[in-house]
Design a protein around this ligand. Structure first.
Ligand code: UDP
Ligand code: MG
Length: 316
C-alpha cells in the first residue's frame, strides 16, 4: 500500500521541519510505502523554500505551491488531486494532529474501513465554546442532509475510492466537513486529545468562524429556503386572521379605528422579515454565481509533481 500524507501549509515555516521529522519517525515504523504531498497555500514566509529543500533531500516529498492564498479547502483539494496513494491521510502542519496516530489509522484502513476519522475530544476547551458549538451542531444537523459531528474535522484517512469520490465533487464552495460526510463509505471514528498549536498562530478569526458556520448551513441544501417559505406562509395566515378581525370589528362597532401604531409595527416587522428572506435568497444566488463561473479552485505557481492532463491547464 502507498500512503500519501496531504498537508496544507499556510505560513508554517516555524513548524514544517519539526512536523516532517516527527512524521518520518512514525512512518518508518509502518510497513508501507509513503509519500508527502505538501501544499503551500500562497505563504508569505519561507514555507516554500523549506518545502523545496525537503523535496531536494527526500525523494518521496511532493509539493504544490499556489500563486496566492486560496484557503485550506482549495489546498486540501489540490493535495487530494496530486496524491497518488492507495490511502490518503490529511493532516495539519501545526502538529495539532498527532503523528503518533498515523499507525493506528493505517491499521484501521487495513481492517477495511474506507474513512478513518479522527475526532478530537473537548478537553481543554473553554465552557463557552463547548456550549456554543453544541448549540450550533444541534441547529445545523436539523438543517442539512448529512450528519455533521463536533470535533470531527479534516484529520482523517481516505481510501482510494473515497478520495476519487471526493474529487468528483468539484463545487467551488467547498465545505469539506460536509463533503466527506456526503461521500459515505464504511467509516470508523476514533477519539484523540487535541494538542495545542506548537508554533505560529491559528489563521481563524472570529468572523471567519462565523462565515464558516453559515457555509455549513447553506452549502448543503435548500432547507433555509424552505424555512423561508413556511415562515412566510405562517405570517400570511396571521395577517389574514388579523384582517378578518378588523373587518369584523368595523362591521359590529362601526368605523373608528385609528391604527397608526399597529400599522407602523406591522410594516417594519414585515419589512424586516422580507429583508431576511431576500438575504437568504441572495446567499444562494451568490453561490450559483460563483459556481457558474467555473473558475479553477487554485492556480499553481510551482510544483515538483508531474501534472496529469486534467490538472495541467491549471499550472500554466
Ligand atoms: N491553512 C491553509 N490555508 C489557509 C489557512 C490554513 O492551508 O488559508 C492550513 C494551515 O497551514 C494548517 C491548517 O490549514 O496546516 C489548519 O490551520 P490552523 O491551524 O490555522 O487552523 P486551526 O487548527 O486553528 O483550526
Ligand atoms: Mg491548527
Amino acid at each position: 500500500m502507498l500512503i500519501s500524507i496531504v498537508v496544507p501549509c499556510f505560513n508554517e515555516e516555524a513548524v514544517i521541519d519539526r512536523f516532517h521529522e516527527h512524521l518520518l519517525v512514525e512512518l518508518l515504523t509502518i510497513e508501507h510505502e509513503f509519500e508527502f504531498v505538501y501544499v503551500d497555500d500562497g505563504s508569505k514566509d519561507d514555507t516554500l523554500s523549506i518545502l523545496k529543500r525537503l523535496a531536494g533531500t527526500d525523494t518521496w516529498v511532493r509539493y504544490v505551491s499556489f500563486s496566492r492564498n486560496f484557503g485550506k479547502e482549495a489546498a486540501m483539494f489540490a493535495g487530494l488531486r496530486n496524491a497518488s496513494g492507495d490511502a490518503v491521510i490529511i493532516m495539519d502542519a501545526d502538529l495539532q494532529h498527532p503523528p503518533e496516530l498515523v499507525g493506528l489509522m493505517v491499521e484501521l484502513r487495513e481492517a477495511g474501513h474506507d474513512q478513518v476519522i479522527a475526532k478530537r475530544t473537548q478537553d481543554g476547551d473553554r465552557v463557552t465554546r463547548t456550549w456554543m458549538v453544541r448549540g450550533y451542531y444541534r441547529l445545523v444537523n436539523r438543517l442539512v442532509d448529512v450528519e455533521l459531528v463536533d470535533g470531527v474535522g479534516d484529520f482523517r484517512l481516505l481510501s482510494r475510492r473515497a478520495v476519487n469520490a471526493v474529487l468528483q465533487l468539484t463545487e467551488y464552495n467547498r465545505f469539506s466537513k460536509g463533503l466527506f460526510a456526503w461521500v459515505g463509505f464504511p467509516s470508523v471514528t476514533f477519539e484523540y486529545r487535541n494538542a495545542v498549536r506548537e508554533e505560529g498562530q491559528s489563521k481563524w478569526t472570529f468572523s471567519q468562524l462565523l462565515n464558516y458556520g453559515a457555509d455549513g448551513v447553506i452549502s448543503f441544501n435548500n432547507k433555509p429556503l424552505r424555512a423561508a417559505v413556511y415562515l412566510d406562509l405562517s405570517l400570511l395566515s396571521v395577517a389574514v386572521l388579523y384582517a378578518v378581525w378588523i373587518v369584523g370589528r368595523v362591521l359590529v362597532d362601526g368605523v373608528d379605528t385609528p391604527g397608526y401604531a399597529t400599522l407602523l409595527v406591522v410594516m417594519t416587522a414585515l419589512a424586516g422579515v422580507q429583508m431576511i428572506m431576500v438575504g437568504v435568497i441572495g446567499e444562494y444566488i451568490g453561490r450559483v454565481y460563483y459556481e457558474v463561473k467555473r473558475r479553477p479552485h487554485y492556480l499553481v505557481q510551482s510544483t515538483n509533481v508531474a501534472q496529469r492532463a486534467d490538472v495541467k491547464d491549471l499550472v500554466r
